[in-house]
Ligand binder design. Sequence first.
Ligand code: PAN
Ligand code: ZN
Length: 187
Amino acid sequence: MNIPVIMPPGVAFQNGHFTAENIINKTTHSGDLVGVFHDEAAWLALPANTPIYQVEMLQSAQGEGELFVGTTHLNPGRVGDEFYMTRGHFHQRREQGEVYIGLRGTGLLLLQDEQGKARLEQVSTGSVHIIPGATAHRLINTGSEVLSTLAVWPTIAGHDYAALAQGFALRVVLQDDKIQAKEVQNG
Ligand code: PAN
Ligand code: ZN
């Protein structure tokens, strides 16, 4: 019997780009990130069409038990003293977790629980990050090249951006030529 072998989609580990048909692509520009960076004047000075990060996703079946696979490419740069970062979110379905794997570049994964307690994990090539349920997550590029990560998460997870409208409890900035995490008052 001749059993056909399916060619699955691929991901290039060196840059996180997918090889597949019908990849979903979304770029987030500076102008989309209203209220995300603490230095409003520096944010306003940046052209609104400045690309900050790009997400590539494979097509997935939807529904309970199905998974999304995506890569995020976060550009290097700063708004004022604050490093470029993703918007960050809780999952709408709070109990749903996610896995991030570092592919290229260097940065930090900011994790925050529902009580507002934040922690940082170092992201680098091959780092594996298990994001538990009920944990908000944001990538921060503290390096000088693109930070790319691979992520897998349940399609039912959904994104809740509104819960963090006040912002995260930590900001990562360049001060005195050093990468520093600062605690934020009032979130
Ligand atoms: C990722 C993120 C991606 C972009 O795929 O959605 O890095 O970050 P924001 O969604 O916060 O803009 C993920 O965590 N999915 O659940
Ligand atoms: Zn997520």
